[in-house]
Ligand binder design. Structure first.
Ligand SMILES: [Fe+2]
Ligand SMILES: [Fe+2]
Length: 275
């Protein structure tokens, strides 16, 4: 099967566990066969929908209505946080599959599609890791409300590969680098070392995802003859409706090649306006 069709099919799977396991299965098979990407002239439209398959739970609500989570020795707060992160990872599976397949007719090096399929595989692994932790603590994915902000960013930027790369990996995934060390500290503090181990795997992988996004953003910006940082600022202000805010995890961002000239001016700009 075509890589693009396989990504579209994974996107359409409703059950989250099945989506992640099936994605991991075909990515492994595809890699074992040499991770081929069909030449542009042999591709056909994979027919992506704007609504990936999902079960009717979790209920999607506004971000303010997502339950708050305080991390304590009792499992409730940890379950709520794990539920929220698992939801982010499931969205990340869809986002990576979508970016790998959505721009099937844009001339890009094969490595673009190959790397995003690799990201989708990582995200599926992340969801399954967190799902294991959630069920070990007596929780279940779907039992708490969640919000749809990540997917809405994908749809808002679907018409332009550069906008998609500016917002999803370089704002949203980079934000994950800022907050994950604090979560690791909290889970360490309550002695939940299994969750710490899962979050440490995720954190390392996510540095790589931001690097993939940043590299392809720069590739496309350069190809269009655009100045990287100012173009990024404009695209984020246009398409991202949250805030790019401090504190930043500078070492992790730098490891991903996202230097402060990207994000510091934008944080200044967000701090200077009334949202
Ligand atoms: Fe992830
Ligand atoms: Fe990621």
């Amino acid at each position: 099967m075509s890589l693009f069709a396989a990504a579209a099919r994974s996107l359409s799977i409703e059950d989250p566990i099945e989506k992640c396991r099936e994605t991991r299965r075909w990515v492994a098979a595809w890699r074992a066969q040499g991770a081929q990407v069909e030449p542009l002239e042999q591709r056909s439209n994979p027919g992506l929908t704007d609504r990936p398959g999902r079960l009717d739970r979790p209920l999607l609500v506004s971000p303010n209505d997502v339950p708050k989570r305080k991390i304590t020795g009792a499992p409730e707060g940890r379950r709520a946080l794990l539920h929220a992160i698992a939801h982010i990872e499931l969205n990340a599976v869809n986002l990576a599959l979508d970016v790998a397949a959505r721009y099937w007719d844009v001339p890009m090096p094969d490595a673009f599609h190959r790397e995003w399929i690799g990201v989708a595989d990582d995200e599926a692994k992340h969801f399954l890791l967190l799902h294991d932790r959630l069920t070990a603590l007596g929780g279940a994915y779907g039992e708490l409300p969640a919000h749809n902000g990540l997917w809405e960013s994908a749809i808002a930027t679907k018409g332009d590969i550069l906008a998609r790369l500016a917002v999803v990996p370089m704002v949203l995934e980079a934000r994950g680098l800022d907050v994950t060390p604090m979560m690791i500290d909290k889970f360490t503090h309550v002695g939940d070392l299994e969750t710490v181990a899962a979050l440490e795997i995720i954190y390392e992988d996510e540095i790589g995802h931001v690097a993939v996004g940043r590299r392809w953003f720069e590739h496309v910006a350069d190809a269009r003859g655009l100045e990287r940082e100012t173009t990024w600022h404009e695209l984020v202000r246009t398409y991202f409706h949250g805030q790019v805010k401090r504190p930043f995890n500078k070492p992790a961002r730098s490891e991903a090649g996202m230097h402060p000239e990207y994000y510091e001016p934008l944080a200044d700009w967000y701090e200077g306006i009334d949202l």
